[in-house]
Design a protein around this ligand. Sequence first.
Ligand code: GDP
Ligand code: MN
Length: 377
Amino acid sequence: MKIHEYQAKQLLGRYGVPVPEGEVAVTPQEARAIAEKLGRRVVVKSQVHVGGRGKAGGIKLASTPDEAEAVAGKILGMDIKGLTVEKVLVEAACNIEQEYYLGITLDRAAQKNLLMVSAAGGVDIEEVAASTPEKIARVLIDPAVGLCDFQIRQAVFGAGLDPRALSGAGKFIQALYKAYIDLDCSLAEINPLVLTAEGTLIAADGKITFDENALFRHPELAQYAEGSEEDEIEAEAHRRGLQYVRLGGEIGIIGNGAGLVMGTLDEVKDAGGTPANFLDIGGGAKAEVVANALEVVLLDPNVKGVLFNIFGGITRGDEVARGITEGSKRLDIKVPIVVRLTGTNAEEGRAILAATSLVPAETMQEAAAKIVSLARG
Ligand code: GDP
Ligand code: MN
């Protein structure tokens, strides 16, 4: 779950990370009032759940309250990568001498958290990561031991930070790591960490993403959820109690069991298709459940075909076939549906399917190949 910069700064502030003084405004007049209160040069920053705001024109400096009001008027309502700016953060501008990057995220391949530090921070960090990755010092963190001081030194020296920033940056990293662990983050980032002309360090930007699977441990973070930014179909699926994840492709996928569904995604990819979603209907496949699942999958306008992959275990194949047949009859379906059925009473199940327009398949590979070619028309 993403949160806004001002919220990330509030949280990081509680962990002892120095952040510029500032407040959020929803109108240009409010922005002016905040600038008046701060009584100095300010930066007006769009608050949207997307990076690269600076390059998109969503961050502007203002020397006077008049200017703050004017630039807030331009930024509020602006479209940044498909998101409308509804709030701006107005904060004391900093006197930037250097911009550093600090980030902690999960390295899935290494199965460890990863600390990254770079002296080449700022708006071009993606470019730095792509073309000069050696400019980013990386340290893997042992989950049992945590982040050690010597590793922090390795990272800040490895990144070649200015000597004036070395010890201060270490404190930022400690605080960032504590926040990352305490709040079950999947990303905690400060970019840029600014070394000011006065020689002090301050977090000019902050980004935090929470691991949604751990949100149940943090009821206090529920206040940050913004329904409007969740995918509409996912939201609908969750209201209906379905385990659905939208993936953006063209083949709708429904199966029973998370592992089976994930295997199906791979098979569809291998067959040259792109999965539209993950949907696990769990054990059994009663007509209501199937209809419910199909309806949600078909809400996605990209879906050009649906693949059922069902393993008959305790629930017998013939029951499942009846569920799919009845469930699909209740809906007006315009795309091809392939059903791969195996396990207990699979033959009886396939016999039931044979009398319908549903296309039966015996193996996962066959099913994937069939749905991909049918979806292509
Ligand atoms: P992002 O583009 O969404 O990552 O937003 P940032 O908060 O990182 O701001 C982008 C850039 O604005 C920074 O990298 C700075 O180069 C520039 N900038 C200039 N003055 C300021 C300032 O006073 N504060 C901040 N935050 N950024 C400034
Ligand atoms: Mn930034």
